[in-house]
Design a protein around this ligand. Structure first.
Ligand code: CS2
Length: 497
């Protein structure tokens, strides 16, 4: 076989016809969107919607400039830079069908660690209308106990004192908005694309709190001028593997250093509140609604929580991927019962959505055998995911007298996982979590105090003070530590005592 064709703008014409590619003039695009956090999800979601738009109408003001703030983003910056910011989206259908598409909407990339001033200037540039974010659940720097912006974070302190060379996204946004205000430019929209509840309201609150620490007038201006639409975002994008890169080489003889894999399903529900205009994403199935809250709650507490339920129980049991869990009848039954018995009763109804059908679709999506979504990805940073995905459901059920047993078993299994960093057979589990050490230490103390894990306040707040929760959780801890084969306990929970 010939040398594979490297993905870049000038080689695109040599790409095989089965790979669809941008036919719009990328050199004409200006970057109306600056996106912070270019991972698999952004590349499978916002950049994909924007590519569809650019392909179908003249929307040349809506190109995307990707931004990475941390050293960890260097690899993405380098690979995308070498490919003229192009990449291949590999959409894997459950029946094995695969669609491949080169996405062209990202046309530039800046790395904050190398040149913070360049990122601030780009955000402050007149053509920038939207700064969108995927900075993960933990990126919002919220104190779990108070729900407020955590100013004790040393990086926050650093950013207050070094406004022109910030480390965190809040410092960048504040510096850029300050420049715009001084230049008499309108504010951009700050659009969160993260899985956090009321993501727009949250970034609004914390950005204003941060700005207030630097400049009270700026904080007021931000509060008044910047729009922060809430949004629900959805598309499962597993970690790209070597075999995905290999697939493009062997099937098409093309070389993409970092393609993205995703499922066919996609959903984006957005509040229509933008400071300086927005792309016509509605022409490509994004939904603009007045109030996104019921949608985001449904998604966080069913899809994301469902992922965590399977991710944690499946990891301890020894499974590797979500689809493997779902193929096990016991696991899919547990998931469905968790949805029905604990998650749904505390959800608000969503207009136009049949929750039963939504839940059935989730189980089908999780079961997509081509996606092979790794449990390690799902469990990554559980300490910032569970407070958003699962703990609100537990709290609401405690208040309403509802069931908490499904979720309590998951937390007990997470304690075991954090204690042993291994599955029930002693096979090591790869644990990536900012609070890994704190969780490990707290979990280790379980033998002396069965509630010790619950004392990681950043995650659980005061949950252990609830007597009913403490009792149920202790029972689950006893079960899991007596026998880490969680399936026996899952059966027990499903059957009811
Ligand atoms: C997953 C999400 O890691 C996780 O928490 O639940 O990344 C999930 O795949 C996406 O939110 C799907 O939209």
């Amino acid at each position: 076989m010939n040398e594979p064709i490297k993905l870049n703008q000038s080689n695109l014409s040599q790409f095989p016809r089965e790979i669809s590619r941008p036919t719009y003039d990328r050199s004409r695009l200006t970057t109306g969107i600056v996106h912070v956090g270019v991972g698999g999800f952004h590349r499978a979601h916002e950049a994909f919607y924007t590519d569809l738009l650019l392909q179908s109408e003249d929307a040349s003001q809506w190109g995307i400039c990707g931004v990475g703030l941390r050293e960890a983003d260097r690899r993405m910056a380098t690979i995308l830079g070498q490919q003229d910011y192009l990449y291949t989206l590999i959409v894997k259908h459950p029946d094995g069908k695969v669609e491949t598409k080169v996405i062209g909407s990202i046309v530039d990339f800046l790395l904050g660690v190398d040149d913070p001033g360049a990122v601030i200037d780009r955000m402050a540039a007149p053509e920038t209308k939207i700064v969108s974010l995927t900075i993960t659940e933990g990126g919002y720097n919220v104190d779990a106990e108070t729900g407020e912006f955590d100013i004790s974070n040393p990086d926050v302190q650093y950013d207050i004192e070094h406004p022109s060379t910030p480390r965190l996204v809040f410092g960048y946004l504040a510096a850029a908005l300050k420049k715009r205000r001084e230049a008499g430019l309108p504010a951009f929209t700050v659009q969160s694309c993260d899985n956090v509840q009321h993501n727009g309201d949250l970034i609004h609150k914390i950005l204003v709190a941060f700005a207030r620490l630097q400049d009270a007038e700026l904080a007021q201006w931000i509060d008044k001028e910047v729009c922060f639409p809430n949004a629900m975002v959805d598309r499962i994008a597993p970690v790209t593997t070597e075999s995905d890169i290999e697939f493009l080489r062997t099937k098409f003889n093309v070389d993409d250093g970092w393609p993205v894999v995703c499922e066919p399903f996609r959903q984006w529900v957005i509040e229509d509140s933008f400071s300086a205009g927005r792309p016509n994403w509605q022409n490509h199935d994004a939904q603009f609604v007045e109030d996104v809250k019921p949608y985001e709650e449904m998604k966080l507490r069913l899809l994301n929580a469902g992922h965590s339920v399977l991710g944690i129980l499946g990891s301890v049991f020894g499974y590797q991927t979500i689809d493997e869990c779902v193929r096990d009848d016991l696991f899919s039954k547990y998931l469905r019962k968790f949805f029905d018995v604990e998650a749904t009763p505390v959800l608000d109804a969503v207009e136009g959505i049949d929750l039963d059908a939504y839940k059935a679709t989730l189980i089908e999506r999780f079961g997509n055998p081509s996606i092979r979504d790794n449990l390690a990805r799902i469990c990554l940073e559980s300490s910032s995911k569970l407070p958003v995905f699962l703990i609100p459901t537990i709290r609401k059920n405690l208040a309403d007298g509802g069931s908490i047993r499904y979720a309590a078993l998951v937390i007990a299994a997470w304690c075991y996982y954090s204690d042993n960093h291994a599955d029930r057979h002693g096979q090591p589990l790869e644990v990536t979590d900012t609070l890994k050490d704190e969780l490990h230490e707290a979990a280790k103390a379980t033998s002396n105090d069965r509630l010790s894990f619950m004392k990681v306040k950043q995650v659980f707040g005061d949950l252990a003070n609830d007597e009913r929760f403490a009792e149920t959780y202790t029972e689950m801890i006893d079960r899991v530590y007596r026998d880490p084969d969680v399936t026996d306990h899952m059966r027990e929970v499903i059957g009811g005592r």
